[in-house]
Design a protein around this ligand. Structure first.
Ligand code: ZN
Length: 280
């Protein structure tokens, strides 16, 4: 464990997502004002990246650039230095609509580089759309966080980065525990880490688990020297019987795991250095 002791760990808070509603957990922030308040508390608890989707007033997913703009402005004012990451995930819109807010120049944006199944549909990321989103991110100096729902997505991320198609430093997030996609599997996780270490030794990686797997993936990632994500987008519960009271509570739980493994929680400034991001 000594090789990870003292190594700062970046905590990303996925505050809202596209799916959970107030009826699932009243703490899910829906309006931009709620999102800023929830993010502020999560940053106080240790988050240095805010991963954000926006919603319509009826809680349905939105791709409205005006809402993204208001959120970014509020985060920059109330959480100075925090890394703003917009989602370009497929639930918020169709085709290029998914990248319709990239001109706002968030620090980062999520980028899926391949397709896979989700619980009730195909998560479609055709090569021409991936290429367009990656090009938009380069044009606006946005570092992608590549979402890897499968091993092929990790390899594709390394290939695209090697070909100069991805802005900035390579950052890959392993996602486990989505029904019909990659299950929570420690051997596979270890192979993912090994793949990054051997094929992209200068890249950074993080991991996220869905539902009850959030805590599992937090611990695996922290123990293996990576970075990790928590928040109500991925998981609305503390345990089987208890709803999470806030995004901050889920981040605090990850921060406790960092302490267990002697890893300091990265400040936003440290996270920017680790990820090679300029301050904006
Ligand atoms: Zn998301």
């Amino acid at each position: 464990m000594s090789d990870i002791a003292g190594k700062p760990c970046i905590l990303c808070c996925a505050i809202t997502g596209s799916l959970p509603r107030k009826s699932d957990n009243p703490a899910v922030p829906i309006t931009v004002t709620e999102q800023i308040e929830s993010s502020h508390a999560a940053v106080e608890a240790g988050a240095s990246i805010i991963h954000a989707h926006v919603r319509n007033d009826d809680q349905s997913p939105s791709s409205d650039p005006d809402k993204f703009a208001a959120l970014k402005e509020g985060l920059e004012r109330h959480c100075p230095g925090v890394i703003v990451q917009f989602s370009t995930g497929g639930r918020s819109g169709a085709g290029r609509e998914r990248g319709g807010m990239l001109h706002l120049r968030p620090d980062m944006a999520s980028l899926s580089v391949g397709s896979n199944n989700f619980p009730a549909r195909v998560y479609e990321n055709p090569p021409d759309l991936v290429a367009w989103l990656a090009t938009e991110m380069q044009a606006h100096n946005i570092t992608p966080e590549v979402e890897a729902f499968d091993l092929s997505h990790i390899l594709q991320a390394i290939t695209l980065h090697g070909a100069g198609k991805l802005q900035g430093q390579l950052y890959v997030q392993f996602v486990m525990g989505i029904k019909n996609a990659m299950p929570v599997d420690k051997e596979v996780f270890d192979f993912y880490v090994h793949t990054m270490q051997t094929r992209a030794p200068h890249a950074k990686w993080c991991a996220a688990g869905i539902g009850a797997a959030q805590l599992t993936l937090n611990e695996w990632a922290i123990a293996a020297g990576g970075h990790t994500r928590a928040g109500l987008e991925d998981n609305i519960r503390l345990d089987k019987h208890t709803l999470a009271p806030s995004n901050a509570a889920l981040i605090a739980r990850a921060a406790d795991l960092c302490a267990k493994y002697d890893r300091p929680v990265a400040t936003p400034a440290q996270a920017r250095t680790i990820l090679g991001l300029q301050s904006r």
